[in-house]
Design a protein around this ligand. Structure first.
Ligand SMILES: [Cu+2]
Length: 192
């Protein structure tokens, strides 16, 4: 009888000991899982940051302009810059501003960079012949001669265009194709 009681007590102790062990095991497992999740989450956040910075960097590299130039046109039908030089193949960011006050319909300006060897005067006459007007100064048919062009700008407006300088050295004339302005508003972009 005594032996039976002792056995029963021992069984009870074993039962409690194993229960405590199980609870401890569960605690440590939970702790390890939580730590694992925390580390993984931080890793993922770091990776997200890494990819964000990487994409920003790549965007910067691809959109980066090698040369920026700002030119303005005024009510006296004058470009303030009539000559500039770029290197063959470089990326150009060209900002054109209309610094005048007269209405766009009377004194709008654009800046059209022509392909090598095309004369600004000849091109100006050609677009007039194609029906260039104060609202459409650069008819689509003339665009085969054009390297890059801004929009037509009214007073106080500006437009920024980006283009790649040709790979061949040469002189590219630029001109405003608002009707009649080609007589006054011309310049040269030299590619060296
Ligand atoms: Cu003009």
């Amino acid at each position: 009888m005594v032996v039976w009681h002792q056995e029963k007590r021992r069984n009870k102790e074993y039962y409690w000991e194993s229960t405590v062990l199980l609870i401890q095991l569960k605690f440590w497992c939970n702790l390890i899982i939580c730590l694992g999740c925390f580390i993984l989450r931080n890793r993922l956040l770091n990776m997200k940051k890494f990819f964000t910075y990487l994409s920003l960097g790549l965007t910067g590299v691809f959109l980066h302009a090698d040369q920026k130039i700002t030119i303005s046109g005024n009510d006296l039908m004058q470009f303030d810059i009539k000559e500039f030089t770029v290197s063959a193949g470089e990326k150009i960011e060209l900002e054109f501003k209309n610094t005048g006050n007269l209405p766009k319909i009377a004194m709008g300006h654009n800046l059209v960079v022509l392909k090598a060897g095309i004369s600004g005067i000849a091109f100006g006459q050609k677009v007039m012949g194609m029906g260039a007007s104060a609202t459409n100064p650069l008819p689509d048919a003339s665009k085969e001669d054009v390297l890059a062009a801004t929009k037509l700008l009214g007073p106080g407006e500006s437009d920024t265009i980006t283009f790649t300088a040709p790979s061949e050295p040469g002189v590219h004339q630029y001109v405003c194709t608002f009707p009649g302005h080609f007589a006054m508003m011309r310049g040269n972009m030299t590619v060296k």
